[in-house]
Design a protein around this ligand. Structure first.
Ligand code: ATR
Length: 265
């Protein structure tokens, strides 16, 4: 049996176990997905221990995504993002990937969104970094807007074809944009939106990384103006799908994984 898992602190609410196990079941794989909650300063040690124990693969979440870089050989995208959310133990040394970036790209792709032109990424934290690099790698120009504008400028200096902005002028940022991704936590706890409705256009594809609630105010308002909407569960699904495929070498059974994920939300 292959053992896969997630390290995070806390991990209690994670939807990754049912999502991955639905994938193993659909493909008839003899595998199990479990969660581990190491102490907050032991991320790299936990990866080394998992390697010694013969764990086949690990997902990594808050607060360990940066720390585990010390325990893995990161692929070039994960190295540029500076964060790892997936570790593969099948090689000589543990290999680190960042499937959050590809997760956003594949979530948009699943909805027929063409990844060319200009993307506006709101948020310059961990999620914003991954999504900005992911969309830039697809060839998009990226406008990064963040409440703390200096963080947006600093990130834009690292991402190819990117510019940094504050949150003040969404009309100008979105007027000719093709894709909008919310990577802030706004919309999670309260029915708020980081982007005023008046700046949304029907030509936009809007992805919200927030998946709880699944229907955020941003997505409701985007749908109301006729924009294409993609909820955060698609991004969560595709970061898992990408990890599943890296680990197993098989095409992931997307539909059962999606059903398992959504039934847990
Ligand atoms: P994550 O890993 O989910 O990206 P994070 O790294 O803590 O989490 O980043 C949170 C993001 O949400 C940041 O871009 C943050 O903006 P600041 O850099 O200015 O803090 C943004 N954010 C959080 N609360 C916000 C709010 N009320 N309004 C606007 N942006 C907010």
């Amino acid at each position: 049996m292959d053992v896969y898992g997630l390290i995070g602190n806390p991990v209690g609410h994670s939807l990754s176990p049912p999502m991955h196990e639905a994938g193993y079941e659909a493909l008839g794989l003899d595998a199990k997905y479990v969660t581990f909650e190491p102490p907050a300063d032991e991320g790299a040690a936990a990866v080394e221990a998992a390697d010694k124990l013969g764990v086949a693969g690990l997902n990594v979440t808050i607060p360990f995504k940066q720390d585990v870089l010390d325990a893995v050989d990161p692929d070039p995208l994960a190295a540029r993002i500076g964060a790892v959310n997936t570790v593969d133990f099948s090689g000589e040394t543990p290999r680190g990937y960042n499937t959050d970036a590809v997760g956003a790209v594949r979530a948009l792709d699943h909805h027929g969104v063409e990844l060319s032109g200009t993307a506006v990424v709101v948020g310059a934290g961990g999620a914003g970094r991954a999504v900005a690099f992911g969309l830039a790698d697809e060839g998009m120009s990226v406008r990064i807007a963040n409440r703390t504008a200096s963080k947006a400028h600093a990130l834009a200096d690292e991402v190819p074809n990117a510019t940094g902005h504050g949150l003040g002028d969404f009309d100008a940022l979105l007027a000719d944009a093709d894709v909008l991704v919310n990577c802030t936590s706004v919309g999670m706890d309260e029915d708020e939106t980081p982007v005023p409705k008046s700046a949304l256009t029907p030509d936009l594809a809007v992805l919200d990384a927030v998946y709880s609630p699944i229907e955020t105010r941003l997505l409701r308002e985007a749908a109301a103006v006729g924009a294409t909407t993609v909820d955060g569960a698609w991004m969560l699904l595709y970061q898992g799908v990408e990890a599943f495929e890296l680990w197993t070498g098989e095409d992931a059974p997307v539909d059962p994984m999606n059903e398992a994920l959504r039934s847990g939300l």
